[in-house]
Design a protein around this ligand. Structure first.
Ligand code: PLP
Length: 242
């Protein structure tokens, strides 16, 4: 089994693929990405991940030169070539390659990176430990870009504290976690932050809400506070990899 990686038409081992310094993801984080899990030839909720990827590229005016079905074919090709029964597949689109200039040159090219690693989904009832801290991220949290420094630092602080995730709050409102969405359950009702520029529209978040509706569990996309969270009956976090 190898971690096959794709970059602009070339396939190679994860460690061997070369990305030029001119790729705008390097100096500016000028790139969007998505990530999904797959098993035995199926990528879970694949269409939704691809849809979000295309919609994020559009929001940032990053051209995509392949169709959704071609992207799907490439994702499966990378996964199949790697040979993992269960895997995490990551795909990233950066805006073109050029000298380091802030105001990008208008161009119809972009760089596509796809990589994969072995992955085992955790049991859904596993207990998680959380820390919380002020959400210092910027106003484009609804777009899945590679600008993840606050999330990286918060994840490290959570790990150092022996925890699994960091809950972000803005003022008194809980937004989401460093790399998950968050729900609380109170008296049989489920609450999660509404879709605004403050949170990522998580694919799993959407699926959890659908499950609630299918099961007639009352669920609300409404803001809740830190004290609501602390007095809730249950806190759930959701993400593709979990
Ligand atoms: N929120 C943030 C900030 C994330 O980084 C992620 C996943 O990486 C999520 C939520 C969960 O999104 P999804 O369910 O699409 O994996």
């Amino acid at each position: 089994m190898t971690r096959i990686t794709y970059y602009n038409g070339e396939f190679g081992d994860f460690r061997d693929i070369k990305i030029p310094l001119t790729d705008r993801s390097i100096f500016f984080g000028d790139a969007i990405y998505d990530a999904a899990v797959g098993k035995d030839g199926n990528i879970y909720l694949e269409d939704r991940h691809i849809e979000r990827f295309f919609s994020n590229a559009k929001k940032l005016n990053i051209p995509i030169n392949i169709s959704k079905s071609e992207l799907s074919r490439l994702l499966h090709e990378v996964a199949d070539k790697s040979g993992f029964a269960e895997y995490f597949i990551y795909f990233q689109l950066s805006r073109f390659s050029e000298e380091r200039i802030h105001s990008y040159t208008e161009c119809n090219k972009s760089n596509l990176l796809i990589t994969v690693k072995e992955h085992k989904t955790k049991p859904i009832y596993e207990t998680v430990r959380l820390i919380s801290e002020e959400d210092i991220r910027y106003g484009m949290c609804d777009i899945k870009t590679v600008n993840l420094l606050p999330a990286v630092l918060a994840s490290k602080r959570a790990e150092t504290a022996g925890c699994d995730e960091c809950v972000f709050y803005k003022g008194n409102t809980v937004t989401e976690c460093a790399h998950s969405n968050i729900f609380i359950v109170k008296d049989g009702e489920v609450f999660t932050h509404p879709l605004t520029n403050r949170i990522l529209p998580g694919i799993t978040r959407g699926r959890v809400l659908e499950f609630c509706r299918e099961l007639d569990i009352p669920c609300y996309e409404e803001e809740f506070s830190l004290s609501d969270m602390l007095s809730s009956d249950e806190v759930l976090i959701s993400s593709t990899s979990k």
